[in-house]
Design a protein around this ligand. Sequence first.
Ligand SMILES: [Zn+2]
Length: 79
Amino acid sequence: MLRLLIAALVIRFVWWFVARQMRGASEARPRARGRSVALVRDPVCGTYVEPARAVEARIGSTVHYFCSERCRSQFRRDT
Ligand SMILES: [Zn+2]
């Protein structure tokens, strides 16, 4: 019984993975390799943003990029 359950889980996972791969091929995904634009991660909400369009915050020598002004102000509040 337990084996059957594990098998079902594995099949589900494989199916999910295949579906995800197929979606990724047709849609532009933020982390897709081979794209020309390098993306940076918003440290507050985890969204991937283009540095050119992102909201910047320079802290010391490091530049942080955010998806919105809200995330930037939250980041500044937290640090
Ligand atoms: Zn954000």
